[in-house]
Ligand binder design. Structure first.
Ligand code: GLN
Length: 533
């Protein structure tokens, strides 16, 4: 069977949840026995989101092979079994970079380089590359942005050409749109959808399926109207109402036979659908937990839900695994600097400090960690959250006054976190951190060992600074346990503290590998400890 392609576009407004919809379709198709992979095309000119402010872009999701990618890839990996790499995210920046590099080399032999065909060819080649390296039945390609944007035009044009090139029976166009409910009129409105499909058709793309985001259920009459005006079969007008957990969406699509519609379009026959496990092990458990626990999340980008997407999802997964609802109390670390930790942390069952860059808010994080350590509140530190734990312990348990990371104070007398030699000469900011999966050896008898039950694990990284091994002995003497080490260069990956119910801080990002039906062991045990508290 030739590989099939599904292009997912978005209309009317951004933030409709195209990433989650694409991931859910991936899950739906997997449950019909098809293998899938997913790809995101991002219209911005940055080469990758690695250098973007989290407030602009949200979390940077890191793949095993060390690519810094869009956070939608996180949804893809959480919902499906797809193994994503740097090929699964392409940006306008990367596309132009590749074409211009070739032009400078003289590869085009004097031709005029144009958006069509050179840029669109490069886009199509990237989609084909993903299909070639992953060898799956279906490739789902999500196109970022909203139809009508100038930036996304070359991607849409490439998607159109794709259908022409490999045959319409091998390509399905899916359009996610908004059907707003106008409260004063008491009506849902289809006009924005008509316009956005109209714009798509001008480009030459006739959608095969419409996914309508709406807060009110669509009547049969409304579906007929959308079908007629948009030239899409009525069955293929799918309603996507707001849900109480995103993990329900594959079920919502299944009820409306979206899997059947896709299979029929591609003329594929597969066995009946099975989402029973997903429903029982993920959705039902997420919706009716028996217990509850409260976790303080001490960060500096807490105003934006997307900035720590994978961490929040990992907490939900850990809740599912422990039959409990995890209430996340977001605490701005700068507020702790101003008012102390007690005020914000006295009622919580656990404390988490996520990753971050730059000195703003760091002292507040350190205070929060001191409070958790001294009051025996379960603590989980991620990346910067580990570095801050080391700084806190050095200062307050080992008497290393003003110990710090050289990221925040270059002249500190005790640089307990510092740069490795190979990072000192790095000038470029983009893609030059320690990135991607590295092995880590776990010490027997530790909390990490109890969680992983393995002696060697693989976790993903995204950081420049490291624990400074010069201080290992001093900290160890005072009760810090170095429970995870990267063997090749003896780098500290996991630290714990003696005589504490749960104090684990890691240099890597476990949140990138947690799944709803397979909570990450560290998050799982962290929430278990929170429940005990
Ligand atoms: N700023 C720290 C470093 O670069 C931590 C990075 C992070 O938390 N992702 O090492």
């Amino acid at each position: 069977m030739p590989t099939k392609f599904i292009f997912v576009t978005g209309g009317v407004i951004s933030s409709l949840g195209k990433g989650i919809a694409s991931a859910s379709i991936g899950r739906l198709l997997e449950s019909r026995g098809l293998s899938v992979t997913l790809m995101k095309l991002d219209p911005y000119i940055n080469v990758d989101p690695g250098t973007m402010n989290p407030y602009q872009h949200g979390e940077v999701y890191v793949t095993d092979d060390g690519a810094e990618t869009d956070l939608d890839l996180g949804h893809y990996e959480r919902f499906t079994h797809a193994k994503l790499t740097k090929f699964n995210n392409a940006t306008t920046g990367q596309v132009y970079n590749a074409v211009i590099t070739r032009e400078r080399r003289g590869d085009y032999l004097g031709k005029t380089i144009q958006v069509i065909p050179h840029i669109t060819n490069e886009i199509k080649d990237r989609i084909k590359k993903v299909s070639a390296v992953s060898a799956v039945d279906v490739v789902i390609v999500e196109i970022g942005g909203t139809v009508g944007d100038i930036e996304s035009l070359p991607f849409l044009e490439a998607a159109r050409q794709f259908g022409l090139e490999i045959g319409r029976e091998n390509v399905l166009y899916m359009h996610l749109t908004l059907v707003p409910y106008i409260r004063v009129a008491g009506e849902v409105k289809t006009k924005p959808t008509q316009h956005s499909v109209g714009t798509l058709r001008e480009i030459g793309i006739q959608p095969d399926v419409l996914i309508c985001r709406t807060e009110k259920s669509l009547s049969e009459e409304m579906k007929e109207k959308i079908s007629l005006f948009c030239n899409v079969a009525k069955d293929a007008v799918i309603e996507a109402m707001d849900v109480d957990t995103i993990y329900k969406i594959p079920l919502v699509f299944k009820t409306q036979h979206l899997d059947e519609i896709i299979l029929n379009h591609f003329r594929i026959k597969r066995s009946k659908i099975d989402l029973k496990e997903w429903k029982a092990k993920v959705v039902d458990r997420a919706l009716s937990p028996e217990y509850k626990t409260k976790v303080a999340f001490v960060g500096k980008y807490i105003m934006l839900q997307d900035a720590y997407k994978s961490v929040y999802e990992s907490l939900i997964h850990a809740g599912i695994a422990n039959n409990c609802k995890v209430e996340v109390v977001k605490v701005d670390s700068e507020d702790i600097e101003k008012h102390g930790a007690e005020k914000f942390l006295k009622d919580v069952n656990a404390v988490l400090v996520p990753g971050g860059f730059g000195s703003r808010g760091v002292e507040g994080k350190i205070k929060a960690i001191e409070y958790s350590r001294k009051n025996k509140i379960p603590y989980l530190g991620l990346c910067l959250g580990m570095q801050c734990a080391v700084i806190e312990f050095s200062r307050n348990a080992c008497g290393l006054k003003n110990a710090n990371s050289t990221e925040f104070n270059k002249k500190t007398a005790y640089p307990v976190i510092s740069l490795l030699e190979e990072q000192r000469n790095v000038k470029d900011m983009g893609g030059t951190m320690r990135l991607g999966a590295y092995p880590c050896k776990i010490k027997k008898g530790t909390l990490a060992w109890r969680a992983y039950k393995k002696s060697v694990i693989q976790e993903r990284h995204r950081h420049r600074y490291e624990f400074n091994n010069k201080f290992r002995r001093v900290l160890e003497a005072k009760g810090m346990i170095f429970s995870g080490i990267y063997p090749k260069s003896n780098l500290v990956e996991i630290v714990e503290i003696k005589d504490h119910p749960f104090f684990v801080a890691v240099q890597f990002h476990p949140e990138f590998k947690s799944k709803p039906d397979q909570a990450h062991p560290l998050f799982r045990d962290f929430i278990k400890a929170a429940l005990k508290k």
